[in-house]
Design a protein around this ligand. Structure first.
Ligand SMILES: Nc1ncnc2c1ncn2[C@@H]1O[C@H](COP(=O)(O)OP(=O)(O)OP(=O)(O)O)[C@@H](O)[C@H]1O
Ligand SMILES: [Mg+2]
Length: 396
């Protein structure tokens, strides 16, 4: 799966933004309050709306009046994604749209749709189209040669108008597009990593194949890698040894009462340190390596300010790891305030946000002629940013 473009309307400070030709690795900068976290939260919002419903996703964010852009309360919130997605074995460029409004004080899905072209020259066709809980989906979409009128439409009424059709129908194999999109959204990872959540002993039972958004299953994932993906675990260790002085080894340890802890070995001392007592940056670096070396990468990974707690010269390697993750099948979006991280990225990967009159706009560095020229002559993104070439990005 690959996110190709994104349109957001009336979602907090993102009143109307469009991102096109999204690279596999995207880094966004911007002054405080310009909407970086909000941008990532849109992905979290979609995932929450899918796992529960739209009302729950809005409630978690202060309800509809708090989420819709100030001054646009009478309008609807729109998220439209264009993704490359395999449907019934064929990769297709699919557009998924979700428009949310309020009716009698309750949030409802005004319009939800999924469309893509039938064949290279065909007009876009709606394979799923729902308004206020009622609509249809196509079940024989792989029969592309059929005429439109021969496609099987199945009319459906959803349980309630705040449920996503891709949730209701996506569980059924016969709705292939809804199914594919649902699976993709379910696997998005919007990191909300907290060092304190990652530390300490954890119950040995529980999800262990992927690091959780907060990182609170770190010892379990480490143990899972240790037992099932030893070469991955070993390359994580090697990188830890290179980056954190004094770290010679990390071992998951199962206690007799069914808890797991991590032990960090320092060659100088005989007794290893429990994860509770090693430094913040040590835990964070280990967690990032576990996240980024996941043998089954998430289709989309969003990480905020990865530079916090880490030594600046490590940023270039971290950028390389993000890029590697994206190439292995996922897509990575990162927000940052770090010139060192920015120095390690390419022209096409850099974006910035500018806030004017309370709403934000997004700028791609590649669209700025001056920045393009400097980069062609060997300059670096972070230096250009610090020198003020990201027009409108600096608050002063
Ligand atoms: N409903 C809304 N309408 C308009 N603006 C809003 C709405 N809700 C929140 N905002 C504004 O959106 C801003 C964007 O915040 P966000 O947390 O995304 O910024 P950020 O770029 O992540 O900043 P930082 O670098 O400080 O983390 C908030 O400061 C707030 O003023
Ligand atoms: Mg933020």
């Amino acid at each position: 799966m690959e996110l190709k473009s994104l349109r957001i309307k009336n979602y907090k400070a993102l009143q109307d933004i469009v991102l096109t030709k999204i690279p596999k690795f995207l880094v966004v900068v911007g002054a405080n309050g310009t909407g970086k976290s909000t941008l990532f939260d849109v992905f979290g919002f979609l995932r929450d709306a899918l796992s529960g419903n739209v009302r729950q996703a809005l409630d978690a964010r202060g309800r509809f009046p708090e989420v819709v852009t100030r001054g646009h309360e009478r309008e609807s919130i729109l998220v439209e994604l264009q993704v490359r997605l395999p449907i019934a074995g064929t990769p297709r460029l699919v557009t998924y749209g979700l428009e949310i409004g309020q009716q009698l004080g309750r949030p409802i899905v005004i319009h939800e749709y999924l469309r893509y072209k039938r064949g290279r020259y065909g007009a876009p066709y709606y394979f799923l189209d729902f308004k206020k809980g009622k609509g249809y989906a196509i079940t024989n979409e792989e029969d592309f040669r059929k005429k439109d009128e021969d496609l099987d439409r199945e009319e459906q009424q959803l349980e309630s108008p705040d449920i996503l059709a891709i949730k209701g129908l996506g569980q059924f194999q016969r709705f292939k597009a809804a199914n594919a999109l649902r699976q993709m959204l379910e696997n998005w990872h919007v990191s909300d990593f907290h060092i304190s959540a990652a530390r300490g002993r954890k119950d040995a039972a529980g999800p262990a194949e992927h690091l959780s958004p907060t990182g609170d299953n770190l010892p379990r994932v480490a143990q899972y890698f240790y037992e099932n993906h030893r070469s991955t675990f070993d390359s994580i260790l090697k990188r830890m040894q290179e980056r954190v002085p004094g770290i010679d080894g990390v071992e998951p340890e199962l206690t007799q009462d069914g808890f797991l802890t991590l032990r960090f070995r320092d060659g100088t001392f005989k007794t290893p340190f429990l994860d509770r007592y090693v430094s913040d940056g040590t835990i964070k670096m280990f967690a990032y390596l576990v996240l980024l070396h996941d043998p089954r990468p998430h289709p989309l990974l969003c990480i905020e300010e990865p530079e916090n707690q880490l030594y600046p010269t490590l940023m270039a390697e971290l950028a390389e790891e993000f890029r590697g993750y994206a190439i292995r099948g996922g897509q990575v979006m990162v927000s940052t305030h770090s010139p060192d991280l920015l120095n390690a990225i390419q022209l096409e990967e850099a974006y910035w946000l500018v806030k004017e009159n309370g709403v934000s706009r997004v700028v791609a560095a590649k669209d700025d002629e001056q920045i393009r020229k400097y980069m062609e002559s060997g300059d670096k993104m972070g230096y250009l940013w610090k020198q003020g070439f990201f027009r409108g990005a600096n608050p002063l």
